[in-house]
Design a binder for this molecule. Sequence first.
Ligand SMILES: NC(=O)c1ccc[n+]([C@@H]2O[C@H](COP(=O)([O-])OP(=O)(O)OC[C@H]3O[C@@H](n4cnc5c(N)ncnc54)[C@H](O)[C@@H]3O)[C@@H](O)[C@H]2O)c1
Length: 283
Amino acid sequence: MERLEGRVAFITGGARGIGLGIARALAQNGVKLALVDIDRTALNAAHDELSASSPTTVYQLDVRDREAYAHVADEVEATLGPVSLLFNNAGVAGEPPTDQLTYEIWDWTLGINVFGVVNGIQTFLPRLISRGGDAYIVNTASGAGVVMAGAGLAYTTSKFAVVGLSEALRQKLAPRGIGVSVLCPGYVATGIAKNSASLRPSRGSPPSSAPVSAHAAAKRSRAAASFAGGASIDAVGEMVIAAMRARQFYIFTDDMVGEFVERRNAEIGAALARAPRINKAST
Ligand SMILES: NC(=O)c1ccc[n+]([C@@H]2O[C@H](COP(=O)([O-])OP(=O)(O)OC[C@H]3O[C@@H](n4cnc5c(N)ncnc54)[C@H](O)[C@@H]3O)[C@@H](O)[C@H]2O)c1
């Protein structure tokens, strides 16, 4: 992915946070931007900011809505030209304790974090392939997509799915020349906790007036401090572009999950060492 200038990027969750950081970095490299997001106010602010540096269109879209997704893709391509950079980034986080999880929270988390990515691929992949495959896809997962390091059950499930999907997609698309990366951020200074809380379905979430235990309040303020102390969205945007240029598959924004990954790999390695040998010559 040497030439970025003049390309069209489609970024989900592009109005705020990491998506906005990626959009800024792309704009600096002469890329035209289509930002989609569920939040109209944030989209307008992003449009005001970015249209000064690069042609920018914004669309309010719920990435779970497949029909609307296809319409928006058509409109973007009619306005800006063919999309060749796809960022499946929109995501939500935050859930009740495991024993209080509901189907509504599972559906919401997997619907956006997993099926939002699937819908992006289903919408754009035939277009990218029919145009010869000079294209790149970046899926946003999380450090929580390669190891369990304390995130919620539904969130961890969703992000492991995005990593698995991305690994498979990379292999399937390699013969076509389409690049794939998976972004696995550690903490990034975004408003994801607050933004997601305002989008979470009310069934399955504690009412905002519900009393919060001292333990839960302390956990929440530790998490807020961790996000605030995380990488900047602009630094993450730069990392993503550098990784695309180098065709680097995994993009970690810090080494926070490193020791968890080592432990996981060691456990898997030990279990494999005890597993029955197969005769490779006969397979
Ligand atoms: N911030 C972090 O520390 C962190 C860490 C690991 C992974 N991530 C992942 O990075 C991605 C971006 O998160 P962020 O931190 O920038 O959060 P953010 O809340 O700042 O940005 C996410 C954007 O997605 C949008 N969105 C939510 N639901 C949507 C839907 N149904 N359809 C369309 N847009 C929708 C939101 O309105 C928001 O603008 C997510 O996939 C998240 O899981 C973030």
